[in-house]
Design a protein around this ligand. Sequence first.
Ligand SMILES: Cc1cc2nc3c(=O)[nH]c(=O)nc-3n(C[C@H](O)[C@H](O)[C@H](O)COP(=O)(O)OP(=O)(O)OC[C@H]3O[C@@H](n4cnc5c(N)ncnc54)[C@H](O)[C@@H]3O)c2cc1C
Ligand code: SF4
Length: 546
Amino acid sequence: MSAQEYDVVIVGSGAGGGTMAYALSKHKLRVLVLEAGPVFNPFTDFKLHKTSWEAQYFPHKPTSEGRYIYAPMQALDSKWDDLLSWNSIIGRMNRKGQREAYKYHHVRGVGGSTLTFTGESHRMHPEAMAMQSRFGVAADWPMDYAALEPFYCEAEHVIGVAGPEAADVRWRSEPYPQPAHPLSYASQHTKTAAESLGLSWEPNARAALSKSMDGRPSCNYCGNCTRGCPRTDKGSVDVTFMRKATASGFCTVRTGVTVTRIESTKSDTVRGVHVVNAEGAAEFIETAQLVVSCGAVETPRLLLVSDGLANESGLVGRNFMETLSWSCSGLSETPLGSYRGLPADSICWDFNAPDAVDGIIGGCRFSEGVHEAGLNGPQSYANRVIGGWGKAHKEAMREAFGNVLTIAAIGESLPNAGSYVDLDPEAVDANGIPLARIHSELEESELKRLQFMANKSREIVQAAGVKKLVEEYGSYDYFSSTHVFGTCLMGTDASTSVVDSYGRSHRYKNLTLMDASIFPSSGGGESPSLTIEALALRSAQQFVRG
Ligand SMILES: Cc1cc2nc3c(=O)[nH]c(=O)nc-3n(C[C@H](O)[C@H](O)[C@H](O)COP(=O)(O)OP(=O)(O)OC[C@H]3O[C@@H](n4cnc5c(N)ncnc54)[C@H](O)[C@@H]3O)c2cc1C
Ligand code: SF4
């Protein structure tokens, strides 16, 4: 394929790549997006209308999940037994004596992992962007909140983010484009409980329409965002940025195309990419500009298999940050109808600042979490909440269904030497390319933060009048990450970072990395997609300016 046909080739169409495609095609640059996964049709692929909906999670297709591997996980220490995951029916979940590698959750497809995301739409806490200079941990962001603010606004407009009027420490130059969603009954109940403890509890900012927009209807509160939204009101990248990019006439998308290697020249530029196309044939695609947006596990993998491209600092794959999470579920004696409503519709930001928790560096946040814990259908209740058989089971189910209340917490994940992504020395994918290998270690400081998250979650559940806890699940004994960051971090110094503040390689002038891999720190539990999208819009603006 000739270099003249396109101005830019983008690898990956998730939060980073899809937003770059939108912003560059808006400026009439000819963009080619190479996406390893398939297209998902929300109206036919997502199965919420089927009676078997609860048995099906996100409906993966043959090529919509990448393979990866884990290095051995760390041993558990009885000192932290209070953080073991357990369930009232099955008891202790992990009996192995070492942390279990459950999953790096992601989707390959047009829209990337946002196809399955919940849709929380958060801005970074401004102080969480200077963790190195303030606290001596992680790395500083090479820009401040003010530099990102206009791009946060633009991203929120494209998506149609619905959020509350009141601004917190994340000051806003304009209101959210859509009014906040009304709180579900379970969230109202939680709010009362949290406020009785002196905590603030507010509507969460959500990529789910509260008013119809751009031919997308408003949310019907079915509660199943992670199974794929069949109405297109969820602001995943396929129905927002990518839809606008392709409508511009300047963006071509090729699906089922896996980039296997990036080729560079001796003059510090990238020449193009080797791919395996949808027919299984090898191709070389030349390009004047390359944007790599494969996510924080696959982007370092692609650079490492390309003879360590852009790894002059030795930091490609290092500083891997994962999702530090905890959920605490209890069974209320009073009906809550908690299967209804928008998932994670309310949130507490009180402990989100990096110094908000006494004696612990790095913040966290708490939200209503029934749907994210997957306790929103009768099957999950029968498996995880109400045991037994026969008539007694049926009666108990009738009485209990809808009464679970869950608090979900996510906290800062700080980088450490034991957490990184490298290439597995043996395992390869169908194209013979070494798999990414995830190394994850939780240090004492993470476990202390997790203990705080567990204690506070229990406190809130109990303040809501719930006497019986039914399940707790967390990162201490399970690696289960939906948010991953940091393997190609951005910074101003080429010896301590991989890319600059616009995602441009310090060495290869026509190579940009744009996804969660470039985050220098994870934030105190903020969901990352909106920040990835704001970074991409900022980078694209600079790209066009030249
Ligand atoms: C269950 C779940 C819930 C979540 N909830 C939220 C939430 O509420 N709010 C939030 O902000 N975030 C949430 N996230 C996280 C969010 O989805 C990700 O942080 C975000 O999508 C990451 O964007 P990215 O651009 O880094 O990568 P991705 O969105 O994963 O995109 C990477 C793309 O690159 C493609 N690709 C990879 N390798 C290649 C290759 N070699 N060749 C061609 N293409 C390739 C992949 O197919 C994929 O489409 C959630 C994630 C999950 C899984
Ligand atoms: S709750 Fe709303 S955003 Fe989520 S899947 Fe249902 S309709 Fe879509």
